[in-house]
Design a protein around this ligand. Structure first.
Ligand SMILES: [Zn+2]
Length: 366
């Protein structure tokens, strides 16, 4: 025998699930009973829902339903009283039937969100394979016709050591984003793209976000993976100022390059390992992931499939977003300047001497 408390726990879980997914927010008593089973009796369930109405978690809406068996459409209270069905056009008086009053419950929550369109900023010298896979997956698994702009900046090797080259690459990225946003506006798409950035791409993104020249660019939800952005990067201000809707930092527990980044690339840090310390940032760690594991076909598929981490972050209302593996970062301090300068000098010399195209490529973007 299941206790009434256990029943109630199941009902609460169903409500939490609907709120979290932003789906099924409106239902009748009968529909809800069907979802949770009616073992406890419909009376107890009605009592439970009415209590939720009193606490303000639910809204009660008295609507109507067409009584014709082949129609049964819900009729909004705004159009009452109904003498005929606006859908099947049955004249109720003529048919000798009456419209059925029906109580709906509406969960007070945000509905799920569509992925609008997306800009992907990859790491250095990324191979085309995962990019093709990514576009394909987005187009197919997500069932949205969300265009994906994959930003390419070609080969970069020794460039990563030099600040002014970063600025040049970042401003090219910013300009490209501005054009894409203008095109979205012209074709009546939402003007804020969602962003996925990886590795060196996260650094370029952070430069665009802090560059006053690009203050006009606003973004939807941002995912960073294998991030070399500093853990103390000020995401909170960007979110408060409406530049970014939200940020998900996907951390790989076995990501080594992000730990080394600050010693080789100026103004970077191990965000992809430590996490972001900003209050509003969402850090999630997959303990087994190395630097580029996020984009292995199978992992990518899992992340953007229904109920995958990235899919949920991009589509669910975030007030109830509680992913597994949430990481709360400890405070972080940069390595001393003298160490960073020395290693950078050393790195520069090494790169200059060895011209290590392939080594760097393997190192930052295996
Ligand atoms: Zn009807």
């Amino acid at each position: 025998m299941i206790s009434s408390e256990e029943h109630e726990r199941g009902w609460k879980a169903e409500i939490a699930r609907r709120l979290e997914q932003g789906d099924g927010l409106e239902f009748t008593l009968g529909q809800f009973a069907q979802a949770v089973g009616t073992a406890a009796g419909v009376g107890a369930l009605r009592e439970f829902l009415n209590q939720a109405v009193e606490t303000g978690a639910l809204r009660k809406i008295e609507a109507f339903r067409c009584p014709m068996p082949e129609c049964k459409k819900v009729l909004s209270p705004a159009g009452a009283p109904y003498s005929a069905c606006p859908y099947c056009l049955t004249d109720y008086l003529e048919e000798g039937v009456e419209v059925v009053a029906e109580t709906f419950y509406q969960l007070v929550g945000k509905t799920s969100r569509d992925i609008r369109w997306m800009i992907v900023v990859h790491g250095m010298n990324s191979r085309a394979k995962w990019q093709e896979e990514f576009s394909w997956q987005i187009a197919n698994r997500l069932r949205y016709s969300a265009p994906v702009l994959i930003y390419k900046y070609g080969w970069a090797t020794i460039d990563v050591l030099v600040c002014w080259l970063h600025r040049k690459l970042a401003s090219q990225l910013g300009e490209r984003m501005r054009i894409a946003i203008a095109q979205a506006k012209a074709s009546q798409r939402p003007v804020r793209p969602d962003i996925i950035a990886h590795s060196f791409g996260t650094h370029l993104l952070s430069m665009v976000l802090t560059d006053p020249d690009f203050e006009d660019l606003k973004f939807g939800r941002v995912i960073t993976a294998g991030s070399i952005i500093r853990p103390d990067f000020d995401w909170d201000s960007l979110i408060e100022n409406g530049r970014v809707e939200a940020v998900l930092n996907h951390v790989g527990g076995k990501d080594i390059p992000v730990l080394i980044a600050q010693f080789a690339i100026p103004r970077t840090g191990p965000g992809g390992r430590v996490g972001y310390t900003a209050n509003k940032a969402i850090n999630v760690c997959t303990p087994t992931f190395k630097h580029s594991d996020f984009f292995l076909t199978e992992n990518l598929r899992t992340q953007i499939a229904d109920d995958g981490l990235w899919h949920n972050f991009l589509t669910h209302p975030l007030e109830h977003f509680t992913p597994e593996g949430r990481l709360v970062p400890a405070s972080w301090k940069r390595a001393p300047l003298v160490v960073r300068s020395a290693t950078r000098g050393l790195g520069y010399a090494l790169f200059a001497v060895l011209a290590p195209f392939s080594w760097l490529r393997r190192w930052l973007d295996p």
